[in-house]
Design a protein around this ligand. Structure first.
Ligand SMILES: [Zn+2]
Length: 440
């Protein structure tokens, strides 16, 4: 059986401590109030409650299962915390906006335990400062020794109010106008097995991935695919004798940093060139990572100013590797095409007319007869191509590229399209010289 956590003994005290890189759980017991239906002014219900909190800092995710006592049973209420959002799910497993747990509202839930505060900071570092924290549409100001937080609250009936949350050792207390609405004492963190998060919230989530989501798929002859399933996008790697070429970014420097580390450990060759299909954020993200690692950026003249701006931008609110270690930008302009070749491998980037963006780079591996197409080919079996897909096939025909397989960057799923398309599926859309009766 796999060991999921290392228990390290802290010197002298003998207290078990978990490895924060791995999932851990924390149990809590306490009381929550419910003030919506008082029997007389100032009356409220106070209910026993429990919490099982599972946190995975590496995946930037947490699952909070609160339970409240009702007659002789415990009724669970589950919350998910990812990418800065707290949400719940309905019976179909679909994400729904979260409601309060009794009088405990989401802004307090988000910082209920110091480890949740750490998690919130990982997800949105720009919202944390020495002065306070912004989370779940609320501003918490730090007071005193930094363990107490205050936020302004407003009731349409009762007017202005103040909520206070205090971490005190292994306990937390939340009050409003000096009246306690939540208190809980926590047990020591324990290692736990990895836990699943609902899949239905992707559209509004920040596009961040963890190490475990990156797999290098070897499709042979030096071509590797990194399918980032949750982000619905793909990164391509082409291996040469002494270096690698990467095509496409993946939303953020942090994501691409993980990809870079994966390539370093698995392929053990430096990335010499990075190229992206077009200037939309998803694809150019990562330029900074590759610049920091000494790669040359291949790009059309028209995107040069944009790349310079991205490389020179301040990244103090969420520092990446380049912010910590500034490096000069090396850029090579791809006018019409750019071949890269050694004894075993050949790769050509083509700058094409795409009907999508002014300039657009695709790549061609003539030996493998493979083309990487970015987001230009939307092939749905049995349906005619149109728009930019049609234009793309016309371009392949005009350039007379020898192609058997076309790989898309985006989308990998969800639009009824295929992300790997064989030439024969494209029927007559790609014409070659021999189709015209011309000699090769
Ligand atoms: Zn696009």
């Amino acid at each position: 059986m796999k060991v999921f956590a290392l228990f390290l003994m802290t010197s002298g005290i003998g207290m078990a401590q978990v490895d924060w890189e791995l999932p851990f759980s924390i149990q809590g017991q306490g009381k929550v109030t419910e003030r919506s239906h008082p029997q007389f002014p100032g009356h409220f219900h106070e209910i026993d409650c429990r919490l099982e909190m599972k946190v995975d800092l590496a995946r930037q995710s947490a699952k909070l299962t609160f339970s409240y006592r009702e007659a002789d049973r415990w009724v669970p209420q589950t919350y998910y915390f990812r990418a800065g959002h707290i949400y719940q799910v309905d019976e179909d497993g679909k994400a729904t906006p979260a409601s309060s747990f009794g009088d405990l509202e989401l802004p307090a839930m988000a910082i209920l335990h110091p480890k949740l505060l750490d998690l919130d900071k990982l997800m949105n570092p720009q919202n944390h400062s020495s002065v306070g924290v912004v989370t779940q549409n609320s501003l918490w100001r730090k007071t005193g020794d930094g363990k107490t937080f205050e936020r302004a609250v407003f009731s349409d009936v009762h007017g202005d109010g103040l909520e206070t949350l205090t971490h005190n050792g292994n306990a937390v207390m939340v009050t409003r106008e000096d009246s306690r609405l939540f208190q809980m004492s926590f047990e020591a963190p324990r290692a736990c097995e990895t836990f699943s998060m609902p899949e239905s919230f992707h559209e509004i989530e920040a596009k961040s991935i963890s190490k475990s989501e990156i797999a290098l798929k070897d499709v042979g002859e030096g071509l590797y695919l990194i399918d980032l399933v949750r982000l619905n996008t793909r990164v391509f790697v082409v291996e040469f004798d002494s270096f690698l070429v990467v095509y496409e970014g993946a939303y953020s420097s942090q994501n691409v940093q993980l990809i870079a580390e994966k390539l370093e450990t698995e392929l053990k060759k430096p990335v010499k060139y990075f190229a992206f299909s077009h200037l939309h954020d998803q694809y150019i993200a990562g330029i900074r990572t590759w610049v920091e690692r000494g790669a040359t950026i291949l790009a059309p003249e028209s995107t040069k100013p944009l790349i310079e701006k991205v490389v020179n931008a301040a990244f103090s609110l969420n520092p990446d590797a380049l912010a910590a270690n500034p490096k000069p930008l090396n850029i090579l302009v791809v006018d019409r095409n750019f071949p890269i070749e050694d004894a075993e491998q050949k790769l050509v980037f083509w700058n094409i007319d795409s009907q999508h963006t002014k300039d657009y780079l695709i790549f061609h591996l003539p030996r493998q007869k493979v083309v990487g197409s970015g987001d230009l080919l939307f092939y749905r079996p049995g349906q005619a191509l149109k728009g930019r897909s049609l234009k793309f096939c016309e371009t392949l025909s005009t350039l007379e590229l020898d192609v058997e397989t076309v790989y898309a960057t985006w989308p990998l799923s969800g639009y009824g399209t295929k992300n790997v398309v064989e030439r024969e599926e494209l029927g007559g859309y790609i014409k070659t010289k021999s189709d015209d009766g011309l000699a090769e």
